[in-house]
Design a protein around this ligand. Structure first.
Ligand SMILES: C[S@@+](CC[C@H](N)C(=O)[O-])C[C@H]1O[C@@H](n2cnc3c(N)ncnc32)[C@H](O)[C@@H]1O
Length: 381
């Protein structure tokens, strides 16, 4: 097809969508490509969605790169293009080596391109094409939030927003992230999507979980969408040797009981710069605790004991991380209504230190408890 790039130049700021279809060579890998403009760091960029079977591959280009892609690929590999812009639609059809160009007025108002920059409420927008979330049951087929998954959607959205606070200005080109107790992996998928599609950063995201069937399904979905850097493994994170390479971030979202401790231990032992951890079911201390300290009053009622034990667990974790050289913020990451387990340890490594755990051990001793992170960090050289 010819003449497209002239129209693109003329309509650059009014473009809303380009749809390339009808492959010239049926063996060409992508059946269809859709292009949409978006704003990033104040500049206009274009996202290519390339469809191969059920998989979708994303690529972000600036305008000169888009023109080059259209000239060398779009106009060569496809025989049809629908160019939609504010107020107009142009259809190109290639037949017998000739390009037919039909223009018609379209009743389509100008709309500002969506921004992929930091606009917290828009990080994972309802209605946005995130097909993996459909497979995971969080979005319906038309990208609306499934009602029963609203709390989970809130959690993963907020989790990613907090990560965005740290990484929005990052000039990193590649990152490796580990997710301990990833389960159905809503967060794991979204992290992958956030970094690759919204931030254009190449990431390897590895999820670990005990459940073989869930891990197999997550790997299947990752492959379906061509998420090559996203992989899931069946592991017991409390006993197995996991990934030994360089890691930039450890995340946990409701990893059960001591699974959280082993995630934090991995971060400390491997000097991982960033940790975002939302603990869950802190049973370990609750199962051992007995009176002996200044807060015995809190152990007289089961409910209070359970809450005190959970708070003590997370306070000890935060302190161990601090003593190991992390700057630690303990924050409420979502409102209680979206999850009662809503406390997050957000940690950034300042300088790796050998901790003096004496004061924490003395405190725990008063209540007759041993705590996994403390015990494991003591073993580190
Ligand atoms: C409450 S789910 C949370 C799943 C996921 N992170 C989310 O937020 O949807 C906790 C997950 O931790 C996993 N898990 C618990 N103990 C584990 C262990 N020792 N090693 C690996 N995974 C574990 C469970 O199998 C479960 O899938």
């Amino acid at each position: 097809m010819t003449g497209i790039t002239d129209d693109l130049r003329a309509l650059q700021t009014q473009l809303q969508k380009l749809t390339f279809s009808d492959r010239a060579d049926p063996a060409y890998e992508f059946q269809k490509v859709c292009v949409r403009p978006f704003l990033q760091k104040g500049g206009l960029r274009f996202q290519l969605e390339q469809f191969r079977g059920a998989q979708v591959f994303h690529k972000n280009l600036d305008f000169p790169a888009l023109l080059e892609w259209v000239e060398t690929t779009g106009a060569v590999q496809y025989r049809q293009l629908l160019l939609s812009a504010a107020g107009t639609e142009i259809q190109y059809t290639e037949k017998g080596g000739k390009t037919r160009r039909r223009v018609r007025a379209a009743d389509r108002p100008a709309i500002a391109p969506q921004t992929h920059d930091r606009q917290k409420q828009y990080l994972l927008r309802e209605g946005e094409n995130i097909p993996a979330l459909v497979d995971l049951g969080v979005f319906t087929r038309d990208y609306k939030i499934v009602k029963s998954k609203y709390d989970k959607y809130k959690q993963i959205n907020r989790f990613v927003e907090l990560i965005d606070d740290v990484f929005q200005k990052s000039d990193k080109k590649e990152l490796t992230i580990l997710d301990f107790g990833c389960g159905k992996s809503y967060l794991t998928f979204i992290l992958y999507y956030y970094f690759t599609v919204l931030r254009g950063i190449k990431v390897t995201v590895l999820g670990f979980d005990l459940k073989a069937d869930v891990v197999a399904r997550c790997n299947e979905i990752a492959q379906r969408y061509g998420y090559d850097g996203l992989r899931f493994y069946v592991n017991d994170v409390t006993t197995d040797r996991l990934f030994e390479g360089k890691v930039d971030m450890v995340v946990t979202l409701h990893a059960c009981d001591t699974a959280t401790d082993y995630a934090l231990l991995h971060a400390i032992a491997h000097r991982v710069p960033h940790v975002f951890s939302v603990p869950c079911c802190q049973h370990e201390i609750n199962a051992q605790i007995r009176p002996g300290g200044d807060f015995d009053l809190l152990l007289r009622h089961g409910l209070l004991q359970e809450r005190f034990s959970a708070l003590l667990t997370d306070a000890v974790r935060a302190e161990v991380l601090r003593l190991c050289g992390y700057e630690v913020d303990v924050i409420e990451f979502v409102d209680f209504e979206h999850s009662p387990k809503n406390l997050m340890l957000r940690c950034r490594l300042k300088e790796s230190k050998t901790p003096d755990l004496g004061a924490i051990e003395a405190l725990l001793e008063q209540y007759g408890v041993k705590q996994t992170l403390v015990e494991e960090v003591k073993k580190l050289k």
